[in-house]
Design a protein around this ligand. Structure first.
Ligand SMILES: *Cc1c(COP(=O)(O)O)cnc(C)c1O
Length: 240
């Protein structure tokens, strides 16, 4: 199969899915941004998708992401890609994240936010941040407890060099659309409570390849899609 045309077809099909989900929800298709999750895929695939018009890309593994960001920038500086870090954040890795990414969606502790704020270079735009919340209560998942969200959001919003944009969540995977909706609805309620508390937010980052319709029905403003765009990832993920 010609990789180029397969990617093009999947990109078109994904945009059609997003539009259909928006129209079912009575929403304008322009209200949902697509984050292309390129983890495990090489710079060439990123640039192929960028040449179709995609600009925002998400990465979970810092070691893999840093050379990829450099390679894409060196090859096509004109694309001016926007890079989002969406993986677990180790304390000793915050500097590279603060220096090389435009967004971090996986902030779930004040200590991480403080380090990112201190390490964000003064010469760049503030780092866009989403607070990751854990609505499925799984001990192994990252994300703060929903009860901590108001306090953490306040702490992040008060830090210099960071711009709190919203909330990100990865609910427990399920095929049941009712359960998908229920989990996304609890994320939406956290987001709305922060809006009510006066935070100026525009990003509700929920929904991935298998559940983006449910997320859009619950108000997602950003969906993070890997598999449905690039195909299935190798089972062996690169070491962090
Ligand atoms: C890998 C990943 C995605 C994309 O998942 P797909 O099911 O491949 O679409 C989205 N969000 C996060 C945080 C991820 O780690």
């Amino acid at each position: 199969m010609n990789g180029d045309s397969a990617l093009h077809e999947r990109y078109d099909a994904l945009q059609a899915r997003i539009s259909a989900a928006c129209s079912r929800a009575g929403r304008d298709a322009g209200t949902v941004r697509l984050l292309a999750v390129s983890k495990t895929f090489p710079p060439a695939r990123v640039l192929e998708l960028a040449s179709l018009g995609q600009r925002a890309f998400g990465e979970s593994y810092l070691q893999e992401a840093l050379p990829k960001i450099s390679a894409c920038r060196d090859e096509r500086p004109d694309f001016a890609l926007e890079w989002h870090f969406i993986g677990p954040i180790q304390s000793n890795k915050t500097r590279a994240i603060a220096e090389r990414f435009d967004w971090v969606q996986s902030v779930d502790r004040e200590k991480t936010a403080r380090r990112l704020a201190e390490q964000r270079p003064a010469s760049t735009e503030p780092l866009n941040v989403c607070l990751q919340v854990n609505v499925s209560g799984e001990a192994t998942k990252s994300g703060c407890d929903p009860a901590q969200a108001p306090g953490l959001a306040g702490a992040i919003a008060a830090l210099p060099r960071l711009r709190l944009r919203g909330v990100m969540a990865i609910p427990a995977p399920t095929d049941d659309p009712t359960l998908q909706r229920a989990q996304f609805a609890s994320v939406r309620r956290i987001y709305e409570a922060l809006l009510d508390a006066g935070h100026r937010l525009d990003t509700l980052s929920i929904g991935m390849s298998d559940d983006l319709e449910s997320a859009i029905a619950e108000g997602a403003t950003m969906v993070r899609v890997g598999t449905a765009l690039f195909g299935s990832r190798p089972r062996q993920q690169p070491a962090i």
